[in-house]
Design a protein around this ligand. Structure first.
Ligand code: PFF
Length: 444
């Protein structure tokens, strides 16, 4: 059975997929990982991976979804019946489940900060943001409470269904976020010493890269574009068969790169100007950005608006993570509401240890990492690249070349770009992923 849900317009699809892509990854995670992984060289690699690996994979997931009109597991079954390829879908579902369990922890931090903004506790000029951050994330009640509220909102929207919930929320948020970032960058760049930060962020120093940071850059490009987990298969399955996918894919990658660069340009000049360390880790954004807003007229108002938009960006990604799991379980039947609640509550329970891993469970470590970091490492650096690898193989070896060609471009059109895409998927992408993996586990 095909689903009843459809996007009401193409722009709705673009915004929702961009909403899935743009979230904590571009705004919170990339800046802090860039800070700890050496700056400009890391960003350059990330941009290359996004264009040469992320974009072709995004197109692949769109093709699988739009051509089958099915959820993440049934889609693979439809293309390759009686084979095991649909395990790619299961892998995606499990990955999204784990991802949401720790994503919602950071979502909870954002909720806490929105609350601080609303009650006037931040943006006043006399707050020590390092202390505030540390006390916010280590307080069990605040951490778990924030996570619970974040997940409740996610469940509400996903339970209502894709079209009405996700599409509407995405429509006004993205443009406003862009504008606010531009104001923020302007302020950050006009601080003393700002250029030191720009140079840290944009000047590549390749001696700072190692095999682990190359894997991180690869994982980041998947994480930021939401590829490798069949979320984009699911979203494209709500697209009419005749809608084009190239332009949406290019705009999503473009928007994502812009927001990533914007976030870096807003954060790093301020890091250097205000005397913070670029290697501060997960607190980087939460510590630095409020300080930048304090240097602006109406700073506390702008800070509040920023935090609300940041929360929206984070939520629209969370919607997609829950949506894929709910879609697989619901399969077009009318049990969506119940499934969204059951799955959402399970995600919450599984995520509690991650929420506590900055506080009372900080001492528990898995392979030398905190519970949160271990879950993130597993998803970003192992499961996402594995999913991406399998999808590139599936599309380029299992699907017929002429079918792909007619899915991607009009057959009569000049097809060099198609050939490049196909070649990348068939040879380059799998090879790069394998090499990066082997390099990290020290086999080569
Ligand atoms: N792309 C999202 C972000 O950068 O915040 C995270 C994400 C959402 C990854 C959905 C994967 C996914 F399926």
């Amino acid at each position: 059975m095909e689903h009843k849900d459809q996007w009401s317009s193409k722009i709705g699809f673009i915004l929702a997929s961009a909403g899935s892509a743009i979230g904590l990854g571009a705004i919170w995670k990339l800046p802090y990982v860039t800070g700890t992984s050496g700056g400009g060289a890391f960003i350059l690699l990330f941009v290359l991976f996004s264009l040469l690996i992320g974009l072709p994979l995004l197109l692949s997931e769109f093709i699988i979804g739009r051509s089958t009109q099915k959820d993440a597991i049934s889609a693979y079954k439809k293309i390759a019946p009686n084979t095991k390829w649909h395990y790619i879908g299961y892998l995606g579902v499990v990955t999204c489940f784990i991802l949401l369990s720790f994503y919602s922890v950071i979502g909870g931090w954002v909720i806490q900060y929105v609350f601080y903004g609303l009650t006037g506790q931040i943006g006043r000029g006399d707050v020590n943001y390092e202390t505030l951050f540390n006390s916010s994330v280590s307080d069990s009640l605040l951490a778990v409470g924030g996570q619970a509220i974040f997940l409740l909102i996610t469940i509400f929207v996903v339970a209502k269904g894709v079209q009405s919930g996700i599409e509407k929320a995405s429509k006004f948020m993205m443009p406003t976020l862009f504008v606010l970032f531009i104001i923020l960058i302007f302020r950050s760049l006009t601080l003393d010493n700002a250029m030191e930060g720009v140079s840290f962020f944009l000047n590549p120093d390749f001696s700072k890269l190692n095999s682990e940071s190359i894997l991180f850059a690869l994982g980041q490009s998947f994480f930021l574009l939401s590829v490798g987990v069949s979320v984009m298969v699911t979203y494209a399955s709500y697209l009419k068969r005749n809608e084009s996918i190239i332009q949406p894919a290019v705009s999503i990658v473009g928007m994502n790169l812009f927001i990533s660069l914007f976030a870096g340009l807003a954060i790093f000049p301020a890091v250097f100007s205000l005397g913070y360390e670029p290697t501060a880790g997960p607190g980087l954004l939460f510590i630095v950005l409020p300080s930048v807003f304090e240097q602006m007229v109406f700073g506390n108002l702008f800070l509040l608006i920023f935090l609300i938009l940041f929360l929206f960006a984070t939520l629209t990604s969370a919607f997609s993570l829950l949506e894929i799991v709910v879609a697989v379980v619901t399969k077009g039947k009318n049990t969506r509401n119940r499934n969204a609640w059951i799955i959402g509550i399970l995600v919450f329970l599984v995520g509690i240890p991650s929420a506590l891993s900055y506080g009372i469970m900080a001492d528990i470590s898995i392979f030398g990492k905190s519970i949160f970091d271990a879950a993130d490492y597993l998803v970003s650096n192992i499961l996402l690249p594995t999913g991406a690898f399998l999808i590139s193989i599936f599309v380029s070896y299992k699907m017929k070349k002429d079918v792909l060609k007619s899915e991607l471009i009009n057959k009569s059109k000049f097809s060099l770009l198609f050939e490049v895409w196909y070649y990348l998927l068939r040879y380059i992408i799998p090879l790069v992923i394998i090499i990066v993996f082997l390099d990290v586990i020290n086999i080569i």
